[in-house]
Ligand binder design. Sequence first.
Ligand code: S3P
Length: 187
Amino acid sequence: MAAVLISLVGMPGSGKSTVGRHVSRQLRLPFIDTDQVIERRIGCSIRDFFETQGEAAFRDVEQAVLDEVTQLPDHVVATGGGAVLREPNRLALHSRTTVIYLRSSPEDLVRRLRHDTQRPLLQNPEGDPLRRLRTLFHDRDPLYRRTAHFVIETGRPSVHSLVNMVLMQLELAGVVPATPAAGETPP
Ligand code: S3P
């Protein structure tokens, strides 16, 4: 198969890391989660880094990491929810990778993130998380759409069906070869 670099973008809690990991396994490609690369590089949690250095410093590290990983061949990359905020990131993702946007509604996200304590942008105890997610979604949805080649509406299906939807989309678009159905002999 020709070089394939697939990236997943979307709101926090949309399933980028989980779906990305499964898709990479199915395609037998290495998986990279940019948040994990960033945490290794900064030597602390993203949450602590936000608190001590601020968001702009985090976005600088994120941009450097995205520039590096989008130059790797043959990987599946899960990005952080804010990866699309900077134009150079959007350009790097769109021009160097096949971008899948996992699109989830703020209502579904708030349900999935109700016990989250790690995402700094959602940690305002006095704030209303649904309102926060609606604002983020309103600002970012157009950016995710602009960056992506394909949009997958996540709704509430299982991880298994989401992974199949992503694989099917990639196969239909000719990004990866079609997997033969059970019992079918490959050509
Ligand atoms: C962020 C999302 C996080 C992480 C950081 C900032 C954002 O990643 O990169 O906390 O701006 O939405 P996830 O989307 O994996 O939660």
